[in-house]
Design a protein around this ligand. Structure first.
Ligand SMILES: [Zn+2]
Ligand SMILES: [Zn+2]
Length: 271
């Protein structure tokens, strides 16, 4: 089986020290068909404001060199992960518009000026309020920003949550998830399975609720994207064979990657 890893971070992201060349070499080692470098752009970040920005031209020049080096072995695609917040929609559009990308991942990393990674976001909120607000915000910013291909880690907020039951279950957020999944399905956007979210998260085994995938399919959604969210080379395509089985069990026959902002559907077993 050969996969595309649609979500990885190189040294152009402030929280990764891994070179594009190392990530590409590992992608080849695990038999990947392709990889997208989706470095972080988070404008108006509440902390380290100046850090989550990168020089797109410089990143793409480096990417071209690495793509040339591995030309016959791996397809390397130009990506970006834009961190959306209502206050950063306009500036993010301005920052990205001069550049061409193969794929744009839109994610929420900050919520109402707080960073869930540090835990203060969850203070005095039960999981219904904490998760509900994030899902609402993903919908709000995605429908306003529009210029993206994949919605990244919809359940990121559960990664760092302090609750006993931490997974985002469809049954607890049917309204918030329905509007989002419907919007994605109707606009040909992809839903990401971010494999970094699942597994051991600070002592809790976090799981994906397959009802979310099934509901996306019911709305006519077709595009499921697998992303490792690797910041280190060793996680490239992490758990992809397992999640491909999960995707199939929900009735999908293909996965997707994006080239020149267009979806390419593929079956990893036929590559
Ligand atoms: Zn992210
Ligand atoms: Zn990421």
């Amino acid at each position: 089986m050969r996969f595309f890893d649609n979500h990885t971070h190189s040294q152009f992201s402030p929280d990764s020290a891994t070179s594009m060349s190392e990530l590409a070499a590992q992608a080849i080692a695990v038999g990947a068909k392709g990889i997208s470098f989706t470095d972080h752009l988070d404008l108006e970040a509440p902390r380290n404001t100046d850090k989550f920005v990168f020089d797109v031209k410089k990143q793409q020049r480096e990417l071209e060199c690495v793509a040339e080096k591995y030309r016959d072995k791996l397809q390397i695609l130009r990506g970006i992960e834009v961190g959306l917040q209502p206050c950063a929609i306009k500036s993010t559009k301005e920052y990205t518009s001069p550049h061409d990308f193969d794929v744009v991942v839109a994610s929420i990393h900050f919520v109402d000026g707080l960073d869930p990674y540090y835990g203060d976001y969850y203070l005095e909120k039960d999981y219904k309020t904490a998760y509900g607000r994030v899902l609402e915000l993903i919908y709000e910013t995605a429908t306003e920003y529009k210029d993206f291909d994949i919605v990244g880690h919809f359940d990121y907020v559960a990664r760092y949550a302090p609750y006993k039951v931490r997974d985002i279950m469809y049954k607890d957020f049917p309204d918030e998830l329905d509007v989002l999944l419907k919007f994605l399905a109707e606009n040909g956007k992809a839903l990401e399975i971010n494999t970094k979210t699942y597994g051991d998260q600070r002592g809790h085994i976090q799981k994906l609720d397959v009802s979310v995938l099934k509901r996306f399919k019911e709305f006519g959604g077709e595009a499921i994207s697998l992303g490792s969210d690797s910041h280190d080379a060793h996680r490239v395509c992490d758990k992809f064979p397992y999640f491909w089985e999960v995707v199939k069990s929900c009735g999908f026959n293909n996965l997707v990657y994006f080239e020149n902002r267009r979806p390419v559907f593929y079956n990893p077993e036929r590559f």
